[in-house]
Design a protein around this ligand. Structure first.
Ligand code: NAD
Length: 301
């Protein structure tokens, strides 16, 4: 490199470095982020770890992080918070570059502060990005008490954001009436076979971000003829078409896989878009009885 080129190169590098500093985003700008109702930012595409054995979790989450995922969704009941914590400790990213969610299990609604501390200890973290009440468990009727505890945890700075999971409109109304605090997120079963139109409309009206669990219908949708033909049209896989659909709907989406090639495939969704015709085809897959998991009103665990 001649001296003049070297100076120019150095100046450009310095310029880029200062640009990076001034434009510093908490998460990679190459992937979409969503701003929650409390101003915090979450990557729209995250990685779920339900049913990943704790002993495999560090490696699986490590693969997800090196693929580019920055948001990890775990829960106390998954039994793999320790593995998630190991993956976080093992990589060189700053804590602020990762977004970690865990959830309060049903038997801890009246002891949420202690349950939170136990989760944090297992994760080896000193704060959480998002803490969710996992299920409302309405017959126990303690979810308002749990929500009050989460509001306090946020006020104390122990978790940046708070939300719920598997809440229906009536559960949402009750916690907001009791506290005046609207959850940032409601994580619910949602996939093309079960699109939850009423609940997602309510979320949109009240500034609650919808987060889709079992976004691929636990894999059951991947052989659907309509989705297969859309995949062929875009030169993508059915899983990628479904994940793109969640992103286009404005949902946070947290697909799970333990297979490195699928973990990467599920992240390779930022180079295509669905058109109106595609969206109409996917809208037609919605079924009232398309629920795969438990109904929050009747779930008894
Ligand atoms: P999912 O819809 O993400 O499907 C996962 C399954 O699909 C995998 O086990 C694999 O069999 C298959 N799969 C994934 N990618 C694939 C690909 N590219 N090609 C082919 N097959 C593929 O199901 P999930 O794990 O139930 O949901 C995702 C996450 O949502 C969970 O890991 C968890 O974090 C969260 N979740 C939350 C709740 C809740 O009550 N809040 C309930 C269930 C799941």
């Amino acid at each position: 490199m001649c001296p003049a080129t070297l100076i120019l190169h150095t100046e450009i590098s310095q310029g880029l470095n200062s640009l990076k500093l001034t434009l510093h985003q908490p998460f990679m700008s190459t992937q979409p982020n969503i701003t929650l109702n409390d101003g915090n930012v979450i990557p729209q595409l995250g990685f779920g770890v339900w049913q990943v054995p704790n002993s495999d979790t560090a490696e699986v989450v490590g693969t997800a992080i090196s693929t580019g995922y920055r948001s990890i969704d775990t829960a106390a009941i998954y039994g793999n918070e320790v593995g998630v914590g190991r993956a976080i400790a093992a990589n060189s990213l700053q804590r602020t570059e990762l977004f970690i969610t865990t959830k309060l299990w049903n038997d801890r609604h009246t002891t949420a502060h202690r349950a939170f501390d136990e989760s944090l200890k297992r994760l080896k973290l000193d704060y959480l990005d998002l803490y969710l009440i996992h299920w409302p468990k309405p017959r126990q009727n303690a979810y308002i008490e749990a929500w009050k505890a989460l509001v306090k945890l946020k006020e104390e700075g122990k978790t940046k954001s708070i939300g719920v999971s598997n809440f229906t409109v009536s559960h949402l109304k009750r916690i907001v009436d009791a506290t005046g605090v609207v959850p940032s997120v409601n994580q619910i079963e949602l996939h093309p076979g079960f699109q939850q139109k009423e609940l997602t409309a309510y979320h949109a009206e009240h500034g609650i971000i919808t987060e889709s669990w079992s976004p691929l219908g636990q894999g059951t949708l991947l052989e659907n003829a309509s989705l297969k033909s859309l995949a062929q049209k875009h030169g993508k896989t059915p899983a990628q078409v479904i994940i793109r659909w969640h992103l286009d709907r404005g949902y946070i989406v947290i697909p799970k896989s333990v297979t490195p090639s699928r973990i990467r495939e599920n992240f390779d969704v930022f180079d295509f878009s669905l058109d109106a015709d595609d969206l109409a085809k996917i809208a037609a897959l919605d079924r009232k009885d398309g629920r795969i998991g438990d109904d929050p009103q009747t779930a008894n665990f």
